[in-house]
Design a protein around this ligand. Structure first.
Ligand code: PLP
Length: 422
């Protein structure tokens, strides 16, 4: 019997878990922030470390019984420092958003000026968007992409920084398909005396695998989620220079959090170990090759890609003007055809973030299943067919069946279909 505890206690949830495993197996999952965690990561996440309270840090806890939690957290810390080449790591943030909150809490006072990329241009909510804590507690003056190239314009960012004199500048995005020149951000921050914070949540796996330049050790602080290209559990970590270590640690506790999620910490340690293997490097390189191959196929089929293509794991394309369908309707049609994406604003998109003009996709999850360039070509063709026949339920169902058929040849890490029969 698979999931025997749930079979006895809560069959409804057991059925939903199995159904979700099937969904993740049968679909082409293109949401660029999603992935497949390995069974090793899943085992650590589901372990007894969920039972332990351990406020504080290794060697400095409030409660007893920390002989083993200290060792787990130290392993995660040491691996994080090593893999990112930074002097300090804190592995306790509950997720990416609280990790950013922690950095601001550590380095800023309420009302201080910050500069991050505007959300409609690819920045994250926590980089100063007006309805987010980061835009309410701090004076946020977002920078934007260049209207002609849809790329970062470092000269303009420097000009704006000189004008508004931010105390902290954020580099790192959720919907930017191109390489980030972190050295330029270091120069800009130095020119205006701002902290340089790198939020590499989306591209951590690429950075570790050598498929994108690292902001470290140039950046003063860095945050990353652990569940995106890194393929770990849902969680996050912060790295920093030694001089900010104490402020960061105090901003976590007593500043913002209580007990760390030790089961997550254990799984982060596992993910970092997996990420230091040659196989992970190959995965990271293939993620980018796949994204480029998929971008090429979409370009060939008349999709308008933001910035014309991609350098990383992510592709953003416009549908409203170029294909006559809103991003949300396009994403809904893709989903019916077994291709899971998310609608997204595109730069200078006049529509609202809830009904935007584009779609965001990425290749981390399908690369984790071993898909390569030939599959990218197929996926690109299917996507074009979906758009052309988005109102034809029969065509969408036929494509969904073809997608499912292809998926059978590409096992998902962390999921074993043999379990479903038992
Ligand atoms: C995903 C993401 C976050 C937020 O992470 P959550 O775990 O969803 O809170 C923060 N910053 C960036 C750049 C992200 O991509």
């Amino acid at each position: 019997m698979y999931l025997p505890g749930l079979a006895q206690t809560d069959p409804e949830i057991r059925d939903l878990i199995i159904a979700e495993e099937k969904r993740e197996w049968e679909k082409v999952r293109l949401i660029p922030s999603e992935n497949y965690a390995s069974s090793a990561v899943m085992e650590a996440t589901g372990s007894v470390f969920t039972n332990k309270y351990s406020e504080g840090y290794p060697g400095k806890r409030y409660y007893e019984g920390q002989q083993l939690t200290d060792r787990v957290e130290n392993l995660a810390i040491d691996r994080a420092k090593k893999i990112f080449g930074m002097e300090h790591a804190n592995v306790q943030p509950y997720s990416g958003s609280p990790a950013n909150m922690t950095v601001y809490h550590a380095l800023l006072e309420h009302g201080d000026t910050i500069m991050g990329l505007a959300l409609p241009h690819g920045g994250h909510l926590t980089h100063g968007w007006k309805v987010n804590f980061s835009g309410k507690s701090y004076h946020s003056v977002p920078y934007e992409l260049d209207p002609a190239t849809e790329l970062l314009n470092y000269d303009k960012i420097l000009e704006q920084a000189k004008e508004v004199k931010p105390k902290l500048i954020i580099a790192g995005y959720t919907a930017y398909p191109r390489t980030i020149d972190f050295a330029k951000f270091r120069e800009i921050c130095d020119a205006v005396g701002a902290f340089f914070h790198a939020d590499i949540s989306h591209i951590t796996g690429l950075i570790i695998g050598g498929a994108h330049p690292s902001p470290f050790p140039m950046a003063d602080t860095g945050t990353t989620t652990s569940h995106k290209t890194l393929r770990g559990p849902r969680g996050a970590l912060i790295v920093s220079r030694k001089e900010y270590a104490e402020k960061i640690d105090k901003a976590i506790i007593p500043g913002l959090q209580g007990g760390p999620h030790n089961h997550t910490t254990a799984a982060i340690a596992v993910a970092l170990k997996e990420a230091s293997t040659p196989e992970f490097k190959q995965y990271a390189q293939q993620v980018v090759r796949n994204a480029k191959a998929l971008a090429e196929e979409l370009n060939a089929n008349g999709f308008r890609l933001v910035s014309g293509g991609t350098d990383n794991h992510l592709i953003l394309f416009e549908t409203l003007k170029s294909k006559g369908i809103s991003g949300r309707d396009a994403a809904k049609a893709f989903d019916k055809a077994g291709i899971v994406t998310n609608c997204n604003t595109v730069p200078f998109d006049p529509s609202s973030p809830f009904n935007p003009a584009g779609v965001r996709i990425g290749t981390p999850a399908i690369t984790s299943r071993g898909m390569k360039e030939p599959e990218m070509k197929k996926i690109g063709k299917w996507m074009n067919e979906v758009i052309e026949h988005h109102a034809d339920e029969q065509v969408l169902a036929r494509i969904a069946a073809e997608v499912k058929e292809m998926c059978q040849s590409f096992p998902c890490p962390g999921i074993n279909p043999g379990n479903w029969e038992s």
